[in-house]
Design a protein around this ligand. Structure first.
Ligand code: PMP
Length: 400
């Protein structure tokens, strides 16, 4: 008799790998230039400095032990000082909580803040990692579009005026993934005002804020209201393998997250938290390191945007790439980026079609390109290949 296979939880029914993701598995082929991934460049990660910090940490037994659930206290002290500078107010230790990357903060916060059926507002296009977490928590999702100034707070105001009562509004305020844009100071203040007036939480998800190219990002949304939970991470400035992210949130939120973290993993890694402390506390070294990463990414971003604009002219509109890791491009000539993808892969270039980030459909003429892991000549080659794929699919003259 064949065994009866037990079912998975019903909440998994709606959660499936998308067709686009399956197609993108093909981008691992060596001959393809992939602008599809969302990874920082491993060549720029400070391997020697990390090795020294690891050796120093491993000279004691302490790094081999379990650590406190909210994070190793000296790391939280370094983070409290860093965040006090960002927020323009003293951040007490009780409001700093270390997580296994900021992704874990999203996941634990979804459990702490959302009852099934609660409304979560996300930006459209959305960070899919957040969307996945909120959907798994059984939330109802509403989307507010982005424009060049970030989240359209006028659209959020309309949603509130219709009587909708979000429990959480999620925003990637700086150098948006995938949209590339940064929320203006005016909109930050407005979002914070709405959160105070209507009593909802804002999750300000900020892993890219340090990666500015032209000038620092505006003051965080969290500097305007205590209803804002701010997330940040060492992943994009040091290394994602440390799995060190952090949250600044009011004490009751931190204590609730602490309870759930104990159930999830007891605590983070004392070893990687001690390594991260060493690097984050070495401010002279850190400033020079992050400056270098900014310089390299900034050149790559400008090369990609320039190549797109000169190759496609007004057939494509690109975000400015003033920081972060992504350029968002809209084809104004009706090119469907999902239909284009097989041809682009055949021509040797990969990107993520905009539809993968759409909350309720749309963005069929858009794409996300990641510029961090290719040097300038490779980015130019990628755009040449893309132009070739577009010309094959949709024969119109591209500019020489
Ligand atoms: N938020 C956003 C907007 C991201 O793009 C990412 C990484 N892709 C994360 C959170 C999670 O990063 P980590 O867990 O490595 O800190």
């Amino acid at each position: 008799m064949s065994p009866t296979i037990p079912p998975l939880a019903g909440k998994l029914d709606g959660l499936r790998s998308s067709a686009i993701r399956d197609l993108l598995k093909l981008t691992a082929r060596a001959e393809i230039v992939s602008l599809a991934g969302g990874l920082p460049d491993a060549e720029l990660m400070p391997r020697a400095r990390l090795a020294d910090a690891a050796a120093a940490a491993l000279s004691h037994n302490g790094c081999l032990q379990y650590t406190e659930s909210p994070g190793w206290a000296p790391l939280r002290e370094v983070l409290a000082e860093r965040e006090s500078g960002r927020l323009g107010r003293p951040v007490p230790l009780a409001e700093v909580f270390v997580t296994h990357g900021s992704q874990q903060a999203l996941s634990l916060l979804a459990e702490v803040l959302l009852d099934p059926g609660a409304l979560v507002v996300v930006e459209d296009p959305a960070y899919v990692g957040a969307l996945q977490v909120f959907r798994a928590a059984g939330a109802r999702i509403a989307a507010v579009p982005l424009d060049a100034e970030g989240m359209r707070t006028d659209a959020l105001t309309e949603l509130l005026a219709r009587g909708e009562r979000p429990a959480v509004v999620h925003t990637v305020s700086n150098f948006h993934n995938p949209g590339g844009v940064t929320m203006s100071s005016r909109r930050r203040a407005e979002l914070a005002r709405l959160a105070d007036e209507h009593g909802f939480w804002v999750i300000e998800d900020d892993p890219y804020g340090e990666l500015w190219f032209d000038g620092p990002a505006p003051a965080p949304v969290a500097s305007y209201s205590r209803n804002v939970i701010r997330l940040s991470s060492a992943s994009k400035i040091l290394s994602p393998s440390l799995r060190v992210g952090w949250m600044v949130a009011p004490d009751p939120v931190c204590r609730a997250v602490e309870l759930l973290k104990q159930g999830a993993d007891l605590c983070g890694s004392a070893l990687t938290q001690q390594i991260a402390t060493d690097l984050l506390a070495d401010t002279a070294w850190l400033t020079a390191h992050v400056d270098h990463v900014r310089g390299v990414y900034g050149e790559r971003a400008k090369t990609l945007v320039h190549a797109m604009r000169s190759r496609f002219g007004d057939r494509v509109r690109c975000s400015d790439a003033s920081g972060g890791m992504f350029v968002w491009a809209d084809f104004t000539d009706g090119t469907d980026t999902e239909l284009l993808l097989p041809g682009a892969l055949a021509a040797g270039v990969a990107y993520v079609p905009g539809a993968a980030f759409a909350v309720g459909g749309g963005y069929r003429n858009s794409m996300r390109m990641c510029f961090t892991t290719s040097d300038e000549p490779t980015l130019e080659l990628a755009v040449d290949r893309l132009a070739h794929a577009v010309a094959v699919r949709n024969p119109q003259p591209t500019q020489p």
